[in-house]
Design a protein around this ligand. Structure first.
Ligand code: HEM
Length: 424
């Protein structure tokens, strides 16, 4: 069992960290420092187990992964229903196999031009010298890109209509009082989720209508693979919504954090901008990759993986998580473990130069094992293209230096990333 009860100062330290950092990340760090790589959250009504570090992560994601179920009893499962993210076993594997081709390495080059075009479209609206919020602008870019790639849909004109429903839907699955009081009334979400559902069902309907009037294959996108497989519309909706949310909220956070970190480290921003300006056409400097990797280490958009125990699992002497318990493996704590990372709290992109030197399963921004992120290659390619494109066309200067991580559906920079942009 977790040994936290033996430390009388722990409760106070946890409370202090929460008040100082205004986020549960502070308390988690205190628990990790004082208790170790296995502990239980000591809240009344919410006592999940938390593990981190390479050995535990390997157990959860690879060697004993069948003991850890993805399907949970929470708003994520309520919303996504039979989505690939919240199903297990053969059902999950079936959906995953259908969607993988659209996101494979081989499919990526076909998205390059579109990713640049959608980035330019958003940035074309910025006025010289204006202050923009990269959390908002990044989301617009990520939304346009994911809709175009997965559903072959230009969503530019739809953004005003779907913006609020999307933000509300993300809010619905974000941590909140429902964690402690599972049946607490949650008014104000239904109509937004319904609006998003209607939007997705309309996309399916339009595609089916196009198919019935054409003999030629119209597209080989993810939506087409789902339709061709013969799945019913509600299950197609579940996969579309899963991919839409998982595929753009993460990229939004990655883009926003990367700009925040670059803004806070002007020398690295200047070096990256100069490397990009002198890179041969179509090539990216290695510093770009290193910056993205380091941003994902410090602020992994998905900072924990959430599981329910199908059977008991032990994590060392006397440390057992019992069947039916809720557990998390912490990507955030693994990425900031001082036993693994030198200057764990600092932004040092050069730590990724000439390959990483930390042990396997110590760097897991996309999870790992057979259920590692299906969009990992896509998400990294997108980040490279969007960041390069923006830095090649604008100069960026961070206006709000105080930014803290907020635990929403992803780890978000709050209150936003306000940047003054000037045309180059
Ligand atoms: C920067 C971008 C992204 C990050 C950091 C990220 C992170 C992650 C992580 C950590 C996991 C595993 C979670 C766990 O073990 O509990 C995951 C799974 C997943 N991600 Fe991503 N992701 C990103 C982009 C994307 C994109 C672009 C898509 C879709 C187009 C996507 C769709 C998914 C799905 C469907 C799963 C579940 C896979 C399965 O259960 O088989 N993600 N992602």
């Amino acid at each position: 069992m977790a040994s936290h009860t033996s430390d009388p100062q722990l409760g106070l330290a946890v409370l202090k960290a929460f008040l100082a950092e205004k986020s549960p990340l502070g308390p988690l760090r205190v628990m990790a420092e004082r208790v170790g790589r296995f502990f239980q959250v000591p809240l009344p009504g919410f006592k999940p187990y938390i593990v981190f570090g390479p050995e535990a992560v390997r157990k959860v994601l690879i060697t004993e992964r069948k003991k850890f179920l993805w399907r949970n009893h929470d708003p994520v499962a309520d919303l996504l229903n039979r989505g690939v993210l919240v199903t297990d076993g053969e059902e999950h594997d079936h959906y995953r196999a259908l969607m993988e081709p659209a996101l494979s390495h081989q499919s990526l080059p076909a998205y390059t031009e579109m990713m640049c075009r959608q980035t330019d479209r958003v940035s074309a609206a910025w006025k010289d010298g204006e202050t923009i919020d990269m959390l908002v602008e990044g989301r617009k870019i990520a939304l346009l890109i994911i809709m175009d790639a997965l559903f072959n849909l230009d969503a530019w004109d739809d953004i005003p209509k779907i913006w609020q429903p999307i933000l509300k839907t993300i809010d619905y699955i974000s941590p909140g009082p429902w964690i402690l009081w599972r049946n607490i009334p949650r008014p104000g979400y239904k109509k937004h989720i319904k609006a998003l559902d209607e939007y997705l069902y309309q996309i399916i309907k339009t595609r089916r209508a196009q198919l019935s009037t054409s003999h030629l294959p119209l597209s080989t996108d993810l939506l087409q693979h789902l339709i061709d497989s013969g799945l019913p519309d509600p299950i197609i909706r579940d996969q579309m919504l899963t991919m839409l949310i998982a595929g753009h909220d993460t990229s939004t956070a990655l883009l926003a954090w990367t700009f925040a970190l670059l803004g806070q480290h002007p020398a690295i921003l200047a070096q990256l901008t100069s490397d990009l300006d002198s890179a041969p056409e179509g090539e990216h400097p290695h510093l770009l990759d290193e910056v993205i990797k380091e941003s994902l280490r410090l602020y992994p958009p998905i900072h924990i993986g959430n599981r329910i125990m199908a059977e008991d699992a032990s994590f060392g002497e006397g440390q057992t998580i019992p069947t039916h318990a809720r557990m998390f493996y912490s990507i955030f704590l693994t990425h900031r473990d001082p036993q693994i990372w030198e200057k764990a709290e600092s932004f040092c992109p050069e730590r990724f130069a000439r390959g990483r030197k930390t042990p396997p399963m110590s760097y897991i921004p996309f999870g790992g094992g057979p259920r590692a992120c299906i969009g990992a290659a896509f998400g990294q390619q997108e980040a490279r293209i969007v960041i390069a494109r923006l830095l090649q066309t604008f100069n960026f200067e961070l206006v709000n230096k105080k930014i803290h991580p907020h635990m929403g559906a992803t780890l978000e920079p709050r209150p936003g990333v306000m940047m003054k942009v000037t045309k180059k």
